[in-house]
Design a binder for this molecule. Structure first.
Ligand SMILES: Nc1ncnc2c1ncn2[C@@H]1O[C@H](COP(=O)(O)OP(=O)(O)O)[C@@H](O)[C@H]1O
Ligand SMILES: [Mg+2]
Length: 344
């Protein structure tokens, strides 16, 4: 039989990155723990409605329960807010922090692994090189890769209070402001989200951030085209999107889903065009050679099919992968130039 003490022991693995990594038991955030044969239920108690890390903590608590509970026993996480007299409005996520942002651009793909983050990060760096003020929000809450790609994984964003609201301060490196849910995840600990939670976590990464004045905010969207994406596009005032694909024929269906997501009647956002990533392979030792390992002209055909511009073709080269792995990502300056033209 599982005891309350067992559960409290497991919950000490859940640390609050905003509070010197102290655990939630020590911080007095664990309220009732109910244990029965079929279920363990934990009540998390938040001092204020908008602990900026609330979604992360709920997800981590659920993950801790899942790790320890024997099969057949359900883990449940309930929440309460202790806040006395809640000041109204100020705790709610609003679009206030986006007021100083001129252009919000989504980078999307029908599926993962096509280089969406590589393009989003490269575009942000390109824009910064061209003198723009740039921020990037990594909204891929399932596979946040921006901390590793930019070599910022050992840093945690600060939190400031403004008008009774906690705001994250984005990290700055390479002239870009970066924010990612990855900064709050313990190393090697998978984030377990349920739909609505993933959704609010990623909105926090965009709306609860002190972006300040920006020319461009790039949003690295989660791969896919489900409900979360639609809600994200509806609620964030994105000016438009760039769709990343690889040249394979099979990618056509994914691009179509991506295109439909933005052209949907309820959404109607602009699509700036398609970026064909891994368009050809160029070996490091033969920089002038092109091998069309995924077929040739796929990106062009897709662009024509959907009446979109092919904004860029990016080769598969070792330096891009190595740069991403080592935190020294490649800037995509030509793509950035195109985007500036399209948005001015
Ligand atoms: N043009 C490219 N050349 C070499 N490697 C690439 C290229 N584009 C992406 N990669 C590598 O492929 C992997 C997946 O890319 P990533 O940008 O993380 O994809 P996504 O965000 O779509 O899941 C990464 O290891 C990345 O470094
Ligand atoms: Mg990615």
């Amino acid at each position: 039989m599982i005891t309350r003490e067992d559960v409290l022991g497991w919950l000490q693995e859940v640390r609050h990155p905003g509070k010197q990594d102290r655990d939630i038991v020590e911080l007095g955030m664990v309220g009732d723990v109910e244990v029965s044969e079929a279920k363990v239920s934990v009540l998390l108690s938040f001092p204020a409605r908008r602990d900026p890390l609330s979604e992360y903590l709920i997800g981590s608590t659920r993950a801790a329960l899942v790790r320890h509970l024997p099969t057949g026993v359900e883990g449940e996480v309930k929440t309460e807010v202790r806040e006395a007299a809640a000041p109204k409005k100020t705790n709610e996520l609003s679009l206030d922090q986006l007021k100083g942002v001129r252009h919000i651009i989504g980078v999307a793909s029908g599926k993962g692994g096509v280089g969406k983050s590589t393009v989003a990060v490269g575009l942000a760096l390109g824009l910064a090189k061209l003198g723009c003020k740039v921020g990037l929000a990594d909204a891929d809450v399932y596979g946040p890769s921006v901390p590793t790609m930019t070599g910022t994984e050992d840093t945690a964003p600060g939190v400031v209070q403004e008008d009774g609201m906690d705001l994250f301060v984005p990290l700055e490196k390479y002239g870009v402001k970066w924010m990612s849910v990855g900064y709050f995840a313990s190393r090697g600990q998978a984030l377990i989200w349920r739909g609505p939670m993933a959704c609010s976590a990623l909105k926090q990464m965009i709306l609860q951030v002190k972006w300040g004045e920006l020319d461009y905010l790039i949003i690295d969207m989660p791969p896919g085209t489900g409900d979360i994406h639609i809600s994200l596009v509806q609620e964030i005032p994105m000016e438009g999107a760039i769709i990343v694909t690889t040249p394979q024929n099979v990618a056509l269906a994914d691009v179509e889903k991506g295109v439909n997501m933005f052209r949907n009647d309820n959404i109607k956002r602009r699509i700036f065009g398609i970026v064909e990533n891994m368009a050809w392979f160029t070996p490091a030792e033969h920089p002038d050679e092109k091998y069309f390992i995924f077929g040739q002209g796929g990106g062009e055909r897709m662009a024509r099919e959907f009446g979109l511009e092919l904004l860029a073709q990016i080769p598969l080269v070792q330096s891009i992968r190595e740069g991403g792995d080592s935190g020294d990502p490649t800037a995509l300056t030509e793509l950035a130039e195109k985007l500036i033209t399209l948005t001015n």
